[in-house]
Write a protein that binds this ligand. Sequence first.
Ligand code: GLU
Ligand code: ZN
Length: 292
Amino acid sequence: MSVSSYRGRFAPSPSGPLHFGSLIAAVGSYLQARSQGGRWLVRIEDLDPPREVPGAADDILRTLEAYGLQWDETVVYQSQRHDRYQSVLDDFYRRGLTYHCQCSRARIQTLGGFYDGHCRSLELPAERSSVRLRMNDPVSGFDDQRLGHIQVPAALAEEDFILKRRDGLFAYNLAVVIDDADSGITEVVRGADLIEPTVRQIALYRLLGAAEPGWLHLPLALQSNGLKLSKQNHAPALSGEAISPTLCQALAFLGQHPPPEMVGESPQVVLDWACAHWQPEKIPMQAQIQPI
Ligand code: GLU
Ligand code: ZN
C-alpha cells in the first residue's frame, strides 16, 4: 500500500442515525480509499433543515468512530457553505447559464415529471422563483467502475434541473458537486440510488471547470419487501452492539469474505483485514443481506 493522491468521501444526510444501508456506503468508500493509501473524508449533508433530526449528525459521527471508520481532515457541514454555493450560482447567472422559474410542481407533474423549459426566456425576477440550469450540453451517460457504461433516458439528461429551490434551499446536485470539487475528491463511492443524478453532476463539473471524479455505485441493501433500506423506510439504526459481526455482514454484502473468526475481533482488526484483502471487482451486481 503506497500513499496516493486518492481522495474519497462518505456524505451522509443527518435525517436519522446510521443504518445498515448507509454503513455499506461508508465501508465501501472507506475501503476503496484506504486500500489505495488514500484519504477518506466525511461531509454532513445538512442542506435541508426540515428533514434533519436534531443530534443525528453527531450520532452518525460517533457511530462511524465506534465502527473504526476514522476519517481524515475536518468534517465539512453543508450548512456552513451557503455563501460558496451562492457565489457559484451568481457566477452561473452572469454567464447566462441559469434562469428563474415560477412553475408549480403540479404543472410539471402534468408534463410527466420532467420540466419543459417554459420559463427559459421569460426573464422572471429572483423573488418567488427557483433557479434552473439551462441544460445546453446534456450528459447522457457515464462509466461506473462496477456497472460499466450507464446510459440514462434523454428526458432526464436534458432537463433544466433545479439548482436552488423556490424556498431558498440549495439543491443536492449543486452542493454535492461544489463540495466534492472543492475537497478534491478523485472518486465518488456511494449507493446505486444516486446513479441517475450522476449525469447532472457531471454536467455541473464541466461548467465549474473542475476535474470529474471516477464513479463507483454500490449495490443497495433492500428490505425483505424489496424496498430500499433507508431512513424514509424506517430502517433500524445500527446498534452499538455486535459491531464486528455487523461489519463482517457489510463486507459479505460487498462480496468480501472475512474469515469466520473475524466476528470476534475488534472493529479495527476487521477493517485492517478488509483493507488488506479488498477486492472491489468482487462486489456483486445484486447483493443480499445475510443474517449474522
Ligand atoms: N447525502 C446523500 C445521502 O445520504 C449522499 C450523497 C452522495 O453520496 O453523493 O443519500
Ligand atoms: Zn418555469
